[in-house]
Ligand binder design. Structure first.
Ligand code: DX5
Ligand code: ZN
Length: 215
């Protein structure tokens, strides 16, 4: 399994001070800024787009981990590549042809991730394991931070890790939603290695200690 990395979701941080919040992520040794993009269609909420991501780059040395919860991800990838995304993840349930979208993201020099909602079976992402750089298993329903971890998702992580092993691919498996010290342990045991946390890291007194407790 690849090494454990942490991605801090700014969704529930102080959005009026997003530059400072992004700075805090790299200052505390956290590898990624997890940037949740919502369009009011794929999910009801609306967050922030590529221009705000671009404006954050001078504030942080963490890499940008973009999670597109949008119905038409194909329209966004060039914008986010230009805005400094290191990885762009889109949903298999969105309106797209995943295999060609992965190619388009790669052609822009960016890593590609494929995300799967809690109600979608693991098999839906199997065809993309060989081509993608990361599979994101949602451990809550996409839309909001601060929700409870769905325990049944550990089986899905196991199935995806087993399929990746079968294919001989050392892929990153990311989990997102309700991750803290306790649930981090469960998802790592199941085969996940990129852990997204929003509420847990931003509510912690010491972000570095909190992040280290998840590793
Ligand atoms: C939910 C988002 C998550 C969310 C995680 O739709 O994709 O990234 O911010 O937040 P917590 O860690 O609070 O569950
Ligand atoms: Zn997310």
């Amino acid at each position: 399994m690849p090494s454990v990395k942490i991605s801090a979701s700014v969704l529930n941080s102080n959005l009026a001070e997003l530059g400072k919040e992004a700075a805090k992520i790299s200052e505390n040794g956290v590898e990624y800024v997890h940037y949740d993009v919502m369009d009011g269609e794929f999910v009801e909420n609306i967050t922030y787009g590529s221009s705000i991501q671009k404006s954050l780059l001078p504030y942080t040395s963490a890499k940008m981990d973009t999670h597109l919860m949008v119905m038409h991800p194909g329209r966004q990838i060039k914008l986010f590549a230009d805005a400094g995304s290191d990885i762009i993840t889109f949903h298999v349930e969105s309106d797209c042809e995943p295999s060609s979208l992965i190619d388009e993201i790669h052609a822009l020099g960016v890593k590609a991730g494929v995300a799967v909602k809690p109600g979608t079976p693991a098999e839906a992402v199997f065809p993309y394991i060989e081509k993608a750089d990361m599979i994101l298993v949602m451990t809550v329903e996409p839309g909001y931070g601060g929700q409870g971890f769905i325990h049944a998702m550990t089986d899905k992580i196991r199935l995806i890790r087993a399929e990746a092993d079968r294919l001989g691919k050392d892929i990153d498996i990311q989990v997102d939603g309700g991750i803290n010290t306790e649930t981090a342990k469960l998802v790592k045991e199941a085969g996940a290695n990129v852990l997204v946390a929003g509420t847990f890291l931003f509510k912690a007194e010491n972000m570095k200690t909190a992040a280290d407790s998840m590793r």
